[in-house]
Design a protein around this ligand. Structure first.
Ligand SMILES: [Ca+2]
Ligand SMILES: [Ca+2]
Length: 554
């Protein structure tokens, strides 16, 4: 029974809905019983063929240090190959540069102020339990939806091999391989904080081969699933593949990946002290004390291992794409490649995530959409992870929830010059104590002094000191500007001109010449913030006693 698309520009067409089979481990029965979900259906005379599959590939803590994004050192031939087959979004951003909030946002198509997930270890089923997730919408449309590795949050590396903080409603099949990086090598890992590997800088050049590491096994499992999907082409699939690298610990096979990046050729960021002089302390608050131990030699070692982990992960991406091609699935499969957020490797004196600078908020985003997008094209308008749900729904004729907050990127896939919304927005939280009453910012309240309240760069200034009560930084990225407000500018603001200063070294928020720009962007930012809230205007809170998520902590 064919099914007519309800999305305007129809790209896919028919669906056969399947019943649900759950499997929580590698041992499972590959049983698909065919049936109907009672999904609205109607015969279509102009049937353009079977619905597209989706291969959704996400890396963890990967920034844009990739060949296709112009990095001169990165060896990433497979991700570059994907860029050559599709559209590369040059200015794509996460909504919150931390695994859990970002992934909950991306996979629900809602900003963090609407999911209520502003920290790790929580899942949207605790705040907005009836929201339909991206893969769940595909399941409801009859797709086979599978997860391999990290899609929702995991504690890395401790939760590797488990379901992590997963959402069982999103998948029919979950595979959680664990390799030597998790099972054997932790005692060998070099770390800035003894006994810790996931939250602190840590690395190891492993003598073991690709297929003994978790991400190698993830790729092998994806190949296994693709082979079975290829044998059942009457049912489209949504295969989500979440690699763990280059998240810390940066563990990857020594050969060949560490050899690509000789330590003495790894760059160290210079001029940090001068750069920090005009940065509000809240913007630097993701700094971790243990990083005081970093010498230039250690910085080079860490960067080598980060790059090696990227190349290792890239090779696994290549294995999966090769198999997709070999199975003849490529023409019928939309491929997405992204990361959950960006990552600092020393810019502004920062490492890791949780800042609102470009390196932390920006993500790689490649979309291969056969028959829709031309290969090797670049879209430069700012786009967001919240745009992925409406995009994939449109490409595949899947009915999305009505409250999604992003835009479809299909216009940019068709014409990379399309401007779309024209901005992207990200937030981050500071402090851990319960927030003040969560309320939507009244856009009319835009008269706050946008200049820094405290002395820039002085962490001891009382106006800047983190009193541990939670507040937010909000950042707006337009084609030319990044504009950031900390605690509605009470704890500082930042303005960077990306045409003149792509490294965001010169904060212009206090510059008399830029006050009209600041005022305009502040209004735009506050209007964007208003659009991140649910219609209630209230950030959803954790509902006590509701469905307990699978918070596996081995
Ligand atoms: Ca992450
Ligand atoms: Ca600066």
């Amino acid at each position: 029974m064919p099914f007519r698309l309800f999305v305007g520009e129809s790209i896919g067409s028919t669906v056969h809905a399947g019943s649900v089979v759950r499997a929580g481990s590698i041992a499972f029965a590959w049983v698909i019983a065919w049936g109907w979900f009672g999904f609205p259906s109607e015969a279509s005379a102009s049937d353009p063929g079977p619905r597209k599959n989706v291969l959704f590939v996400i890396s963890d803590d990967l920034n844009n240090l990739l060949g296709c994004y112009g990095d001169p050192l990165a060896k990433t031939p497979n991700i570059d190959r994907l860029a050559a087959r599709g559209v590369m979004f040059r200015h794509a951003y996460c909504t919150f540069p931390l695994c859990g909030p970002s992934r909950n946002s991306m996979l629900t198509g809602l900003y963090p102020n609407s999911t209520g997930i502003l920290a790790n270890g929580q899942i949207f089923r605790q705040t907005i339990p009836s929201q339909v997730s991206l893969p769940q919408a595909f399941r409801q449309a009859g797709y086979f939806a599978a997860r391999i590795g990290k899609l929702y949050h995991y504690n890395v590396p401790k939760s590797i091999g488990t379901n992590g903080h997963d959402d069982p409603g999103s998948w029919e099949l979950e595979l959680n391989p664990a390799g030597v990086d998790r099972l054997e090598e932790e005692p060998l890992i070099k770390t800035l904080t003894p006994g810790q590997f996931g939250g602190t800088l840590s690395w190891y050049a492993s003598p073991k081969g690709d297929n003994e590491h978790t991400d190698g096994l993830n790729a092998d499992d994806a190949i296994w699933v693709l082979q079975r999907c290829a044998a059942r082409r009457d049912r489209p699939f949504f295969l989500a593949l979440g690699f763990f690298r280059p998240h810390t610990p940066y563990v990857a096979p020594k050969d060949p990946y560490f050899g690509y990046y000789p330590e003495d050729r790894m760059p160290v960021i210079a001029g940090v002290k001068e750069d920090q002089a005009d940065i509000p302390p809240a913007a630097l608050a993701s700094y971790k004390k243990e990083q005081d131990q970093l010498t230039d030699a250690l910085r080079r070692e860490a960067l080598q291992a980060y790059y090696a982990s990227i190349s290792f992960m890239d090779h696994q991406v290549g294995k999966v794409i090769d198999e997709l091609d070999r199975l003849g699935l490529a023409d019928d499969t939309v491929i997405v490649f992204t990361s959950d957020h960006g990552y600092h490797v020393g810019e502004h004196g920062l490492w890791q995530k949780m800042s609102l600078f470009e390196e932390s908020a920006r993500v790689p985003l490649l979309i291969v959409a056969p028959g829709v997008a031309k290969g090797g094209t670049v879209a430069s308008t700012p786009v967001s992870h919240v745009d992925l749900f409406p995009t994939l729904a449109q490409l595949c004729g899947v009915k999305p929830p009505t409250n999604l907050q992003g835009q479809s990127l299909v216009p940019m896939l068709v014409d990379p010059a399309a401007a779309g919304r024209g901005w992207a927005w990200a937030q981050v939280a500071r402090g851990t104590q319960p927030p003040r009453a969560a309320q939507a910012i009244d856009a009319s309240r835009g008269a706050n002094n946008p200049r820094a309240a405290g002395t820039p760069g002085n962490r001891n200034d009382p106006g800047n000191r983190n009193d541990n009560v939670r507040f937010f930084g909000y950042s707006l990225r337009t084609p030319k500007w990044r504009y950031t407000e900390w605690d509605e500018s009470k704890r500082g603001s930042e303005l960077y001109d990306h045409e003149a200063d792509p490294k965001e070294l010169h904060n212009l928020a206090g510059s008399p010449d830029h006050q009209a720009i600041v005022e305009g962007l502040s209004k735009e930012l506050r209007s964007a913030v208003s659009a991140t809230y649910p219609t209630s205007g209230i950030i959803p809170e954790l509902i006590p006693g509701i469905w307990a998520p699978n918070l596996t902590e081995p």
